[in-house]
Design a protein around this ligand. Structure first.
Ligand SMILES: Nc1nc2c(ncn2[C@@H]2O[C@H](COP(=O)(O)OP(=O)(O)OP(=O)(O)O)[C@@H](O)[C@H]2O)c(=O)[nH]1
Ligand SMILES: [Mg+2]
Length: 196
């Protein structure tokens, strides 16, 4: 597990991005309310590192967390939040692009989809964008605790077929039961070792 988890900054533009010493970064993308902030908390075993809410639209900035002074976990606002204003939606696009484009420190883009709901149209668009940027993508199914075993394998197949990804790049997880987190930690550790 991780020893030191520090909140560094809530950035609203590129100038504020903190990673000047080129440490590896891991970002968590997905629609509002899918569980990005909860995922970061579960991964780090901290209850309140990233702020969460039952209402969509909680995370509004790009939040950087420095882990063991070795790598960053990056929490971003969610997309597909219908009641957001047009300006907010445009700003969202700008934030995400500014962060994702030309970022050699970014080692894995984790795309979070709700396991029970399956991929939305916005998820498919985001997946295509991540593929276009040629990023290393891992799909995380969130809230897997909400459905039973039979549904889990059905939903995994649905995710695979909608997002057109290999089975071994999909990990079903639950921030509540911690299902799947060992696998995510292994992946992150491997990528950090590779970049050393
Ligand atoms: N049952 C269950 N609920 C979860 C899980 N992960 C997150 N949630 C709930 O889903 C809601 C949204 O979680 P957040 O982590 O705030 O979602 P987010 O993706 O960061 O949302 P935005 O910041 O609005 O983009 C909260 O009520 C969480 O408690 C999970 O693994 N299982
Ligand atoms: Mg959030």
């Amino acid at each position: 597990m991780f020893d030191k988890c520090e909140y560094i900054i809530s950035a609203v533009n590129k100038k504020q991005f903190p990673n000047h010493n080129q440490l590896p970064e891991f970002v968590f993308l997905g629609r509002s309310n899918v569980g990005k902030s909860s995922f970061i908390n579960a991964l780090t075993n901290r209850k309140m590192l990233a702020r969460t809410s039952s209402k969509p639209g909680k995370t509004q900035t790009i939040n950087f967390f420095l882990i063991d002074e070795a790598f960053y976990l990056v929490d971003v606002p969610g997309y597909g939040y219908a009641s957001r204003s047009r300006d907010d939606r445009l700003r969202y696009g700008e934030y995400i692009e500014a962060y994702l484009i030309n970022n050699p420190n970014l080692k894995i883009a984790f795309l979070l989809v709700d396991t029970k709901v399956g991929p939305t149209n916005d998820d498919i668009l985001m997946m295509n964008y991540l593929k276009y940027l040629a990023l290393n993508i891992i799909v995380i199914g969130t809230k897997a605790d909400k459905i039973g075993k039979t549904m889990l394998s059905k939903q995994k197949a649905l995710i695979r077929n909608s997002l057109l990804v290999d089975d071994n790049t999909i990990i079903l997880t639950s921030a509540t039961t911690k299902q799947g987190f060992d696998q995510v930690i292994t992946l992150i550790s491997e990528r950090i070792k590779e970049s050393n």
